[in-house]
Design a protein around this ligand. Structure first.
Ligand code: PHE
Length: 467
């Protein structure tokens, strides 16, 4: 069935239906976005995640994630690139992992990293989950897929278990380009792209025979020109974002002095591209990774029944770009319904040429609380000492318990101490949680109430012993 992937397209009414179904979870089925799923022992979806699925920030007019999406889309014009913005977030493990060549033992498949609805069904961890279906549908030479993605992860100002990605791809067809000459066709398209004067650094060689090889199906010239088209396209995205950010900064303070923009391409690995790279931007003293990309593996095109096509793909994190663009200091702000946040972006979707910098509203005081505990003794007495401990304990479980209880009131969770008892081999950990609302001052009693619930949940769900 060529249009099989349309089964995963969300309908506009779904959001409303979802409201009634949220939280209707029994031991056997759960309903997400109006669709019913069988659950099993793999199910690990907390209610706060399920309730955020309806938000679709990337298509909410005037939301900074939506504005960022529109700006990037403007660099990849229709109809060469077709935009897909409504794919449903629940996908099969086949779509999310197998179709992309992830090995069976890849750590990304573990329950500690990924939200499972059941053994064969997950919340997509990246927009690449839709690549194979969109390639197979073969509706356009290129495409962009923007969507919410889900990962169990640490909590801090730049990590949140839901974020947004944009997938991009551009293919050329050997049977359609003049004389079957891919190299000449891609060169022509590359020459039609604007140039830029941004300084680009290459700390690694662009390819490496073992670590980052060309594919046997591609001639070196083909791979090289496809990579050049990919890199130029993405450098233009970065330049565009930064020139808009700079204009907004100058509008806010006319004596603003900017530093020259530094970007670099570094070697990377993805199971579905080769060679592969990541783009990093030098930002406030650090190199910040903003996207992954590469030349699409030919077996993906073969499995999509398009062996005659070759090209590139990328995946970019929209929150990171939006944070750079507007100077938004905390990733939780994207989920805020507070007018002091949303009001600052009103009208910008229709006026992308005149962006305004975000002006942080007053920061409320932080409230730090520590929790220290011994890991389950049964795991450490099993002969493996602390190693056994680390096998059945995963830090992401702590993160999620805290997130599930504290929601967006938790700014940060950090491990501050770790200790193994020299005689018993038992391991003790201490985490420091920063409770700070974006919207009001928390009283100490309110913070304690959250913290007591966190303490109890750690005992109940992880079997730890509080110290
Ligand atoms: N899906 C990858 C990620 O989330 C990014 C990527 C997309 C890399 C497409 C290469 C090609 O990290």
């Amino acid at each position: 069935m060529p249009l099989q992937f349309h089964r995963f397209v969300d309908s506009p009414q779904e959001g409303t239906i979802l409201m009634f179904f949220l939280g209707t979870k029994s031991s056997e089925t759960t309903t997400i976005g109006g669709r019913s799923y069988q659950t099993d022992e793999w199910h690990n979806l907390p209610s706060n995640i399920a309730s955020s699925i309806s938000r679709k920030l990337h298509v909410q007019k005037d939301h900074p994630i939506c504005i960022t999406r529109a700006i990037i889309e403007s660099r990849f014009p229709s109809p060469t690139y077709k935009y897909h913005n409504t794919f449903f977030p629940v996908v099969s493990t086949h779509q999310n992992f197998d179709s992309l060549g992830f090995p069976a033992d890849h750590p990304g498949r573990s329950k500690t990293d990924t939200y499972y609805v059941n053994k064969d069904t997950v919340l997509r961890t990246h927009t690449s989950a839709h690549q194979a279906d969109v390639f197979r549908a073969n509706e356009s030479e290129g495409f962009l897929i923007s969507a919410d993605v889900y990962r169990r992860d640490a909590i801090d100002r730049s990590h949140y278990p839901i974020f947004h990605q944009m997938e991009g791809a551009r293919m050329w067809d050997r049977t359609k380009v003049p004389n079957g000459d891919i190299t000449a066709a891609v060169w022509k398209d590359l020459e039609a792209l604007p140039t830029h004067s941004m300084k680009v650094e290459y700390p690694n060689p662009p390819t490496h025979p073992e670590r980052n090889p060309l594919q046997k199906e591609h001639s070196p010239d083909e791979a090289e020109v496809i990579a050049a088209h990919l890199k130029r396209s993405l450098e233009l995205v970065v330049r565009d974002i930064f020139s808009r950010a700079k204009a907004a900064a100058i509008a806010a303070s006319p004596d603003f002095v900017d530093e020259p923009l530094r970007v670099r391409w570094i070697e990377a690995y993805f199971p579905f591209t080769s060679p592969s790279w990541e783009l990093e931007i030098f930002w406030q003293g650090d190199w910040l990774e903003v996207l992954g990309c590469g030349v699409v593996k030919q077996d993906i095109m073969e499995k999509a029944d398009l062996p005659q096509q070759l090209g590139w793909a990328f995946g970019i994190g929209l929150e990171r770009i939006a944070m750079l663009l507007f100077e938004i200091p905390d990733i939780r702000l994207f989920w805020s319904q507070d007018e002091r946040f949303l009001g600052q972006f009103k009208g910008l979707s229709d006026n992308l040429e005149n962006l305004k910098r975000f002006v942080p509203f007053s920061k409320y005081p932080a409230c730090y609380k520590d929790v220290a505990f011994w890991l389950r003794s049964s795991s450490s007495s099993a002969g493996g000492g602390s190693r056994a401990n680390t096998q059945d304990f995963h830090e992401n479980d702590v993160m999620e318990i805290v997130r599930d209880i504290g929601g967006d009131v938790v700014e940060d969770v950090a491990k501050v101490d770790e200790f193994t008892h020299p005689k018993t081999g038992r391991k003790s950990l201490c985490y420091r949680i920063n409770y700070r609302s974006l919207e009001k001052t928390l009283t100490n009693e309110e913070a304690n109430r959250y913290h007591d619930r966190v303490r109890n949940a750690l005992i109940e769900k992880l079997g730890v012993e509080l110290r």
